[in-house]
Unconditional design. Sequence first.
Length: 227
Amino acid sequence: MIERAPRRDAAGYQRRPRNFPLDEWLIQKAVPDGMCLRWPGDLNSNGYGLIRVDGVKRGVHRVAYEVLVGPIPDGYEIDHVWSRGCRFRDCIEPSHLEAVTREENVRRMTQKRTHCGRGHEFSEANTAWRVVKGVRTNSRICRTCRQHNREQRWARLSQIPPGERVVYRTRRQDELDGLREPTTQCPRCKTSLRAPGRPYCAPCHVKANAAAIAKRKARQAEAEEQR
């Protein structure tokens, strides 16, 4: 456990002196920990070091790679190579950093985990892959844990009388079965719906999709800046 530098000291915020080389500043501030050079400054919620460069807070491992190794290709991420002895996400040792694609980075992270959270080994017979919209992802599922969760769920349901079980239904299912009156007015702009039963009118639906896409792009841009 290394001692984190305080955000504010007697002289104010700790900043790199003007005209002080950034590469020398990184090496001077790093704290040796085994084979790693750990950043003693701020960390984000995922444990990656942060540094402010030209008024923008960025991931210190990306800054260290650009300054000490070379430019990062577009769309590439910086991997802390486990096989080279790197064990910390705030490490800035140049020999531990490598620019790889997102797919390669995820594949390496998956290889490092040999057991699930309950201690079951990710063997070929005990591993299932999560499928999203018909496409297999790199996210693994423990078959033993999945079966255990299913058995617990059915055990709980078997103790509840059939007439008292809660069945979750959508508004559209209730409308099709005649249990609810079809929606005829948009709840956002209060205009009449051309197709009764739809949750929103077409303009509101387009605005909601555009807002969701803008939020997703903003989150992706923020995550890229911190890498």
